[in-house]
Design a binder for this molecule. Structure first.
Ligand code: CXF
Ligand code: ZN
Length: 371
């Protein structure tokens, strides 16, 4: 079938809106009609050449939700008509990590920037007959996609699909970083550096975990206002203030129990580290361009302060577990989803959506491919 898609060709170019020929689902795969897909910064990093992918053309987009329209042979536990959230790391179910229930560490993870399907072949061709890849084995910037069942989580049918798309990446990444990576507890203090799509979810994850001091730091005043809506108790304008001094002023000179680096780690890690209390946690969730090879951490300070510096992807817990749990928390009113969406775009306007993201105008833009 011919499918309207937003395709990556070369770093620095906008996404190209074009028809891509999509094959039917093969063994273990499903055809999904994409109803909503979030504009996450990771795809922007790919468009800028900061996160390298192995091939082009490639359909980007990994924060997708939609409706199953067809099943290939051998699919189990998924029906036509099911509402699904796509996971940007598949859970093969067979590797040592999946057998431990840790699908966020699935052995297939390193292949998500390669382009082909889980079985190594392609389902998409462009007008010139070339193979077209699918970012994260998903390729959700399109009206339809074919994905392996390992990339699918079924969700309740009455959850609006634009909100469901958010629990595919930004929401579990942020909330999970607080709950599962740092293990924030009631009464803890937290600093979040960079309160965009990821960071604002760290803020609501910290609030959910019972943190009583939640400090949001950002260069963009509007983002600080949004962060307060999600539970931040204090804000720091990271352009004009000394972050370390400001955090110490708020925490009686102690520093925070947990700091989250959600933007530009090479520049924000050291102040976040120094704003953290002894024996505290520093969690890095933001991606860094591949040509940046180091971050400054004074070794003596690391040892003597007894702090932990850790990375976190997908909220450091299985998307299969987190996604239904986050939907349930949303239903109970314990987390916010609707307030994350700043603007909705048709697929043709996807580059405008990214312009809004990089200009700091959006918390989350969501593309509705059939709008
Ligand atoms: C990213 C997270 C880090 C690895 C590449 C994909 N996912 C979503 O934004
Ligand atoms: Zn993402």
């Amino acid at each position: 079938m011919r499918v309207r898609s937003a395709v990556f060709h070369r770093p620095g170019d906008p996404l190209s809106i074009e028809d891509v020929e999509l094959d039917p689902p093969q063994a273990g795969e499903v055809l999904v009609r994409i109803e909503a897909v979030g504009l996450c910064r990771t795809d922007w990093h790919v468009m800028q050449g900061e996160r390298r992918v192995a091939m082009s053309p490639m359909v980007l987009g990994h924060e997708g939700a939609g409706v199953v329209e067809a099943l290939g042979p051998g699919v189990t536990g998924i029906e036509v008509g099911d509402h699904v959230v796509l996971t940007f790391i598949p859970g093969c179910g067979e590797c040592r990590w999946c057998r431990q229930g840790r699908e966020h560490l699935c052995a297939l993870g390193p292949r998500i920037t390669q382009g082909p399907q889980v079985d190594g072949s392609y389902r998409r061709k462009d007008a010139a007959g070339r193979d077209v890849g699918a970012f994260c084995m998903i390729g959700a910037f399109a009206q339809y996609t074919v994905v392996h069942q390992a990339s699918v989580v079924v969700v309740d049918r009455d959850l609006p699909l634009d909100l469901a798309s958010l629990v595919a990446c930004g929401v579990p990444a942020g909330i999970g970083a607080a709950r599962h990576r740092a293990r924030v507890k009631a009464g803890d203090s937290v600093l979040v550096v960079g309160v965009g799509g990821d960071g604002v979810n760290v803020v609501q994850g910290a609030k959910l975990a019972g943190a009583t001091t939640i400090i949001a730091a950002d260069l963009v005043a509007r983002k600080l206002e949004w962060a307060v809506g999600f539970g931040a108790t204090h804000t720091i304008d990271n352009g004009s203030s000394d972050l370390v001094a400001a955090v110490h002023a708020i925490t009686d000179g102690v520093g925070v129990d947990h700091a989250f680096v959600c933007i530009d780690p090479p520049r924000t890690l050291l102040p976040a580290f120094r704003a953290t209390a002894k024996a505290g946690n520093v969690v890095v969730t933001a991606l860094t361009p591949a040509d940046e090879s180091s971050m400054p951490v004074p070794p003596l300070e690391l040892v003597t302060s007894q702090k932990a510096i850790m990375g976190s992807v997908y909220g450091f817990a299985s998307p299969r577990v987190q996604i239904p749990e986050l939907v349930a928390l949303y239903r109970k009113g314990a987390i916010r989803l609707a307030e994350l969406v700043t603007r909705r775009y048709p697929l043709d306007a996807i580059n405008d959506g990214y312009a809004d993201l990089v200009a700091g105008r959006n918390l989350r833009g969501v593309v509705l491919p059939f709008a």
